[in-house]
Design a protein around this ligand. Structure first.
Ligand SMILES: Nc1ncnc2c1ncn2[C@@H]1O[C@H](COP(=O)(O)OP(=O)(O)OP(=O)(O)O)[C@@H](O)[C@H]1O
Ligand SMILES: [Mg+2]
Length: 308
């Protein structure tokens, strides 16, 4: 659905996006992560035909973002980073206005507006001018605007940055449901848990280049190595050699050890069996959940993407 080839954007002497290439399939959700100023917003603006690339190309729904910019703009929905709303307008008039711009038939506009405002808990505020909306309410309004024409492709630049936890979850769940319904989305976010909850694929951008791409699971495997397990015993005394004979010990704290297993399906049951046979009392054996933050920090700190 989205094909990006060697996409580059220069602002004067400064190269904000340096030859980025990736693909997003239909119904897939891609999370774009990366430090401030990495080039995420610039990338999605080019993919929405709002900003013209300096070089390289991108196709969205088969359409070229430069040659068919107008068509692309109508085909996609975009939630910008700092959405401006018309402060004197009220929600329904606002959505009706953008619905009309996007060519939504009049009869559908009200129905769709009501649906979105209800979904985001804004229906009861429909008589209030947008200027009086809170920050989070504005973000939900801008999101409703991006969704008014039910676009096949969505670009959401930090869609939950102003939302409370319940609102953020609502929006995330909705994005996931859109993906299941066959919509494609690119979501810029600084929230790693969000990226993981939402995305089929993640791309980490640093200094205008993609330094990591893959599913959250792929990235973890690539960067953190084999999974870590924690074994808790009533008493570890005397059993350490047996454990070390089977798995790679990482750390020990009292009667608890952490180890890595390359083949956990084979090694972990064997370890338990041997321990039990030797008379050990095992309290628990569980995988230590990895932190996506540690993966992300490792990517961003270790990758050197060169200079422009
Ligand atoms: N119109 C512009 N003129 C000059 N420089 C620009 C322009 N737009 C963006 N930049 C620069 O391009 C770089 C990338 O900006 P961009 O907004 O894409 O970053 P980002 O990854 O979205 O960051 P953030 O996480 O802070 O939103 C920044 O250094 C920014 O200053
Ligand atoms: Mg940005």
């Amino acid at each position: 659905m989205i094909e990006v080839n060697d996409l580059t954007k220069r602002f004067g002497d400064f190269t904000a996006v340096k030859g980025v290439s990736f693909r997003v399939g239909e119904g897939e959700i891609l999370a774009l992560l990366g430090p401030n100023g990495a080039g995420k917003t610039t990338t999605v603006r080019m993919l929405a035909s709002i900003l013209q690339p300096t070089s390289g190309s991108a196709r969205v729904g088969g359409m070229d973002v430069v040659a068919e910019a107008r068509e692309v703009r109508h085909f996609v929905g975009m939630l910008t980073e700092l959405p401006g709303l018309y402060s004197r307008m009220k929600p329904l008039a606002y959505l009706d206005f953008f619905g009309e711009l996007e060519g939504v038939p009049p009869s559908l506009r009200l129905e769709r507006s009501r649906e979105l405002l209800t979904l985001f808990g804004l229906w009861e505020y429909r008589h209030l001018a947008l200027g009086h909306f809170s920050k989070g309410m504005r973000q939900k309004m801008a999101l409703s605007r991006a969704l008014i024409h039910n676009p096949k492709v969505l670009y959401l630049d930090e869609p939950t940055s102003a939302l409370d936890p319940a609102g953020a979850k609502l929006v995330r769940d909705y994005i996931v449901s859109l993906g299941r319904a066959g919509h494609t989305a690119v979501v810029c976010t600084h929230n790693l848990a969000e990226a993981e909850a939402l995305a089929d694929k993640m791309a980490v951008i640093k200094e205008g280049q993609i330094v990591a791409f893959g599913s959250p699971e792929d990235l973890r495997k690539k960067l953190l190595g084999p999974p870590l397990y924690e074994l808790q015993m009533v008493s570890l005394d005397g059993y350490l050699p047996l454990i070390q004979g089977l798995v790679k010990l990482e750390s020990r704290q009292g009667d608890r050890v952490c180890f890595r297993a390359l083949e956990p399906q084979r090694q972990n049951p064997l370890l338990l069996q041997r321990l039990v046979e030797a008379g050990a009392e095992v309290v628990s054996l569980s995988e230590v959940p990895y932190s996506l933050e540690s993966v992300y920090l490792r990517i961003v700190e270790n990758s050197s993407s060169g200079s422009s």
